[in-house]
Structures are given as structure tokens and as C-alpha cells.
Design a protein. Structure first.
Length: 176
């Protein structure tokens, strides 16, 4: 059985409040340049650099930007405690969100009002890591466990045998 964790580490166009100080949102494509120019990004457990779960340069983390956000596919190592923790907590949905570490390289600020915090619009950012976390700053992010069944060699042999038998019967003019 091969499990992977997939979802959106960032969702474009949604606002969140950062530390009670300002609102923030990312524009579509904000990570495109970073993904092209800095393709080595880590997947971590709760922003802990000592707890890596995957890495793009190792092929255990895939990232792509689409209209909705920054999609990720992570294959944690099932032989490590952190890999098992990631798989188990995401499977149970105790952890169902993500966060990320970045530096804004192009941004716009919109002043707030008496009743509204200032808004930071991140137009472009350098991405360092994506992280599985139980308390994401952006609640619209997602992480789900996808289970792919391993090939069933016995079942495949049975299906192939049935197909050969049916083909042989058709050749003899026997309706199948």
C-alpha cells in the first residue's frame, strides 16, 4: 500500500489575520517564480526544521501552483516516527491544514480603517517550506491522506486468465 498526503498548502485570494496585526492574502501565481528558480522546498512537521517529511529535490514532495492555490503531494517515510505521525494524524483528520514559510519579494499594503486591519497583498514570494500543522493561519488549507492500493498480482493473474479464456471461446465461436 502506498500512501501520500495531498492538499493545498496555500489558497489564493483568501484573507486571514496574522497575529492580530494585519490581514494577509496571496495572489494567484505568487509562488511561480520561486518554484522555477528555487525548486528545492522542504515539507516539515509543524514548521520544525528538525522534522523533515519530504523534499522536492528528493522526489518525496511535489508542488504545483494552480488557480486555487499551491497544491502539494507528499510521500512521508513510513519507517520513521514523524512519517507515521503525519500519516496517522492526517488520516484521522486531527491535522487537516497546512502552513508555509516564505519571504515576500513583491507586496502591496492597503491601509485599514477604524474597524479593519491593514491588508498585505503578497504578489510574489520565495517559498522555503510547506508544513503540516494542526493550527493553520489559513483555515482554507487542506491535507488529506490518499491511499493507493498496491497491485494485486493474484487478482491480476485471475483477470488475465479470464480474459484469455473468453478470447479463446470467442475464437471457437462460443458466445461469452
Amino acid at each position: 500500500m502506498a500512501d501520500f498526503i495531498g492538499g493545498y498548502a496555500a489558497v489564493f485570494g483568501t484573507e486571514t489575520v496574522i497575529g492580530g496585526l494585519f490581514r494577509e492574502k496571496f495572489l494567484a501565481g505568487a509562488f511561480d517564480r520561486s518554484l522555477r528558480e528555487n525548486p528545492d522546498v522542504l515539507a516539515l512537521w509543524n514548521h520544525d526544521w528538525d522534522r523533515p517529511l519530504g523534499r522536492t529535490s528528493a522526489g518525496t514532495l511535489q508542488l504545483r501552483s494552480d488557480r486555487a492555490g499551491l497544491y502539494f503531494s507528499l510521500t512521508p517515510d513510513e519507517t520513521t516516527p514523524d512519517g507515521l505521525t503525519a500519516i496517522g494524524t492526517v488520516r484521522r483528520q486531527d491535522v487537516k491544514g497546512c502552513s508555509f514559510s516564505f519571504t515576500a519579494t513583491r507586496e502591496t499594503w492597503v491601509e485599514g480603517t477604524d474597524s479593519e486591519l491593514p491588508l498585505r497583498i503578497v504578489e510574489e514570494a520565495r517559498l522555503y517550506e510547506v508544513t503540516l500543522t494542526p493550527l493553520p493561519a489559513y483555515p482554507e488549507t487542506s491535507a488529506v491522506l490518499v491511499t493507493r492500493s498496491a497491485p494485486d498480482p493474484v487478482g491480476d493473474v485471475v483477470v488475465a486468465s479470464r480474459r484469455r479464456a473468453a478470447a479463446a471461446m470467442r475464437l471457437r465461436g462460443i458466445a461469452v
